[in-house]
Design a protein around this ligand. Structure first.
Ligand SMILES: Cc1cc2nc3c(=O)[nH]c(=O)nc-3n(C[C@H](O)[C@H](O)[C@H](O)COP(=O)(O)OP(=O)(O)OC[C@H]3O[C@@H](n4cnc5c(N)ncnc54)[C@H](O)[C@@H]3O)c2cc1C
Length: 488
C-alpha cells in the first residue's frame, strides 16, 4: 500500500486545526487535515463568538469581513460582569456573536480555497516518530507520513495521549447539562439562580427552539444525556419539564481545567483544546486555539521548509503556554465567583463594583478580548512582543492599513523613515519591506499612547519582534525569519 506524504498533518479540523492549516498553506507548506467528522456539521452548542484579537487576526489575513457579515457585534465582553470595550483602540472594539458552527464553516471554506487536503471521516489512531518524520495511522485509507504532526483534536486529544504528554490540572468540580429542544409549554427565557447554580434558557432565532443550560450537575457522569434526564432536571429547577420534546442535541460540559505540560514532543505538537481546557466563562477557548494556530503556523512553516532551526518551535511553547495559563486562571476565578452561596455573592458584588472603575475595566476587558498579550522578547519599546496596532499609514503607493501588509502571512519590516540604512540581505526572499509615513497616534490597549519607533519588524502573527533604528535588526531577523539565504 502506498503512503501519502505531506509536510505537516493536522489531526482535527475544528477551529484550531482549520486556522493552522490555512496559516501553513499561506506559507507554502503541503498540509493535510485528518478529521473524524464526515462534515463540518454542528457538534452541540459551543462557542458563541469571536473576540477582538481573533477578529484582528482574521483582518490580518484579509478575511474578517466574511465573519462580520455573518454575525452581530456587541460592545461588551464578560468577566463576572459585562465590560464595555467600545472605547478600546482597535478597529474591532466588540465581541462578534457568531455560533461556532458558522465560524468553522467560514474557516473550512477558506481552507478549501487554499487547496488544503482534508481527509474526512477518518480518525488518527496511531503515530510513530523517527528522526525525519511521523508515520500517522488512521482508521481508513492509505497510511500517512508527514514531517510533523499537530494534534488539534480537542480536549480528549488522541495525539496528546499517543505522544505521552501529561495533562495536569484541576479536576471538574461541577457540571452542566445543555440542550436545544422544543417545548409544549411557554419557556421562561433568562437566568435563574438557585442553590445548585445559575441556569439559563433562551429562545433561538427560529422562534421555536429553546436553548437550555442546567447547572449543578454531577461532573463525574460521562454518559450521553437523554431527554428524560433533561426533563427531570428542568422539573427540579423550574417545577415543570415544559413538555420538552424533539431535542436537536443534548450535551454536557464541566469545569475541568488542564494544560499540557509540553506543547511539543519530538515531531508532534499540540494546539487548541488539545493543549488546554477550561470552563467556557468569558467565551475564550475557541479564540485561544486560533491564537495558538497563528503563533505556530509560520514558525512550523519555516522549520518544515528547512529555513529555520527546530529551536524556533521552542518559542511556541514559551509564548503560548503562559498565555493559555493566564486564561485558565481567569476562568477558575470566574467559576469561583459564580458559586451559589450567599458569601460568594457578597464577594461577587465587590468584584462587580471594582470592575465598574475605569482601570480594572480596561485591564480585564483587554484580557478577555485577547488584546493584552505581550510575549517576553526582552526589555525595550512598549511595542516589543505586543500586537502591532492596525495604523493608517501612507506609502509611495498611497494610503494603506498595517494589517493589509500581513495578508500573505509574511514578516514585514516597516520603516517610518527615521531609521538608518536597514540591511536585510539574506532575508529579502521572505520579508516584506515597506517605507511609510504615519501621522496616526500609536495607542495600545491598557497602556495608552506610545511614541512610534523609527522602524518595526512585525512577525506574521502581528506581534512586534524588533523596534529601533538599526541595532539588533540582524539578530531579530535571524531569530524570527530563519537562516539567511546564501548569496547567489
Ligand atoms: C458549552 C461550551 C461553550 C463554549 N463557549 C465558548 C465561547 O463562547 N467562546 C469560545 O471561544 N469558546 C467556547 N467554548 C470552547 C470552544 O468550543 C473550544 O475551545 C473549541 O472548540 C476548541 O477548538 P479546537 O479546534 O481546539 O478543538 P475542537 O473544537 O474540539 O475540535 C477538535 C476536532 O478534532 C476532531 N477529532 C478529535 N479526535 C480526532 C482524531 N483522533 N482524529 C481526527 N480528528 C479528530 C473532532 O471531530 C473535532 O472536529 C465552549 C465550549 C463549550 C463546551
Amino acid at each position: 500500500m502506498r503512503t501519502s506524504a505531506h509536510d505537516v498533518i493536522i489531526a482535527g479540523g475544528g477551529p484550531t486545526g482549520l486556522m493552522l492549516a490555512a496559516e501553513l498553506a499561506l506559507a507554502g507548506v503541503d498540509v493535510a487535515i485528518v478529521e473524524r467528522r464526515p462534515t463540518q456539521g454542528r457538534v452541540g452548542g459551543r462557542a458563541g463568538g469571536l473576540h477582538a484579537r481573533s477578529l484582528e487576526l482574521l483582518d490580518q489575513r484579509g478575511i474578517v469581513d466574511r465573519f462580520l457579515a455573518a454575525g452581530r457585534t456587541w460592545p461588551k465582553v464578560s468577566f463576572h460582569a459585562p465590560l464595555d470595550i467600545g472605547d478600546f483602540p482597535t478597529r474591532h472594539n466588540y465581541l462578534l456573536a457568531l455560533p461556532q458552527e458558522r465560524t468553522e464553516r467560514l474557516l473550512a471554506a477558506w481552507v478549501e480555497e487554499l487547496a488544503v487536503t482534508v481527509y474526512r471521516d477518518r480518525e488518527v489512531v496511531g503515530a510513530a516518530c523517527d528522526a525525519h518524520g511521523v508515520d500517522v495511522v488512521t482508521t481508513q485509507g492509505v497510511p500517512l507520513r508527514a514531517g510533523w504532526l499537530v494534534g488539534c483534536d480537542g480536549g480528549r486529544s488522541t495525539v496528546r495521549k499517543l505522544a505521552g504528554i501529561g495533562f495536569p490540572g484541576w479536576d471538574a468540580s461541577t457540571g452542566w447539562l445543555m440542550a436545544e429542544v422544543r417545548m409544549r409549554e411557554k419557556p421562561v427565557p433568562g437566568f435563574r439562580q438557585d442553590a445548585s447554580g445559575r441556569h439559563a434558557m433562551s429562545l433561538l432565532d427560529d422562534g421555536e427552539t429553546v436553548g437550555v443550560v442546567i447547572a449543578g450537575r454531577d461532573p463525574r457522569v460521562r454518559s450521553e444525556p437523554t431527554l428524560q434526564e433533561l426533563a427531570a432536571a428542568l422539573k427540579d429547577v423550574y417545577g415543570t419539564d415544559f413538555g420538552v420534546h424533539t431535542p436537536a442535541w443534548l450535551s454536557r460540559f464541566n469545569d475541568a481545567t488542564r494544560q499540557a505540560d509540553a506543547y511539543r514532543k519530538d515531531r508532534i505538537l499540540l494546539a487548541g483544546d488539545a493543549a488546554h481546557i477550561h470552563p467556557p466563562l468569558g467565551g475564550q477557548g475557541l479564540n485561544l486555539g486560533m491564537h495558538d494556530a497563528v503563533n505556530l503556523g509560520w514558525k512550523l512553516a519555516l522549520v518544515a521548509k528547512g529555513s529555520a532551526p527546530e529551536a524556533l518551535l521552542d518559542t511556541y511553547q514559551a509564548e503560548r503556554h503562559p498565555a493559555a495559563a493566564r486564561v485558565l486562571r481567569n476562568t477558575i476565578a470566574q467559576g469561583v465567583l459564580r458559586r451559589p452561596d450567599d458569601r460568594t455573592a457578597v464577594l461577587g458584588d465587590f468584584v462587580t463594583e471594582m470592575l465598574a472603575m475605569d482601570e480594572p475595566r480596561r485591564r480585564f476587558g483587554a484580557m478577555i478580548a485577547g488584546l493584552d498579550v505581550c510575549y517576553d522578547l526582552g526589555p525595550g519599546h512598549p511595542l516589543l512582543g505586543r500586537r502591532m496596532p492596525d495604523l493608517d499609514i501612507v506609502t509611495d503607493a498611497g494610503p494603506i492599513r498595517v494589517y493589509t501588509l500581513l495578508h500573505d502571512a509574511r514578516p514585514v519590516l516597516l520603516d517610518f523613515g527615521g531609521a538608518g540604512p536597514l540591511r536585510t540581505e539574506g532575508w529579502d526572499d521572505r520579508l516584506g519591506r515597506v517605507t511609510a509615513i504615519c501621522d496616526a497616534a500609536c495607542e495600545l490597549p491598557v497602556i495608552g499612547a506610545v511614541a512610534l519607533p523609527p522602524a518595526v519588524l512585525i512577525r506574521p502573527d502581528g506581534h512586534v519582534a524588533w523596534t529601533g533604528d538599526r541595532d539588533g535588526l540582524a539578530d531579530a531577523l535571524a531569530t524570527w525569519c530563519g537562516r539567511p539565504a546564501l548569496p547567489a
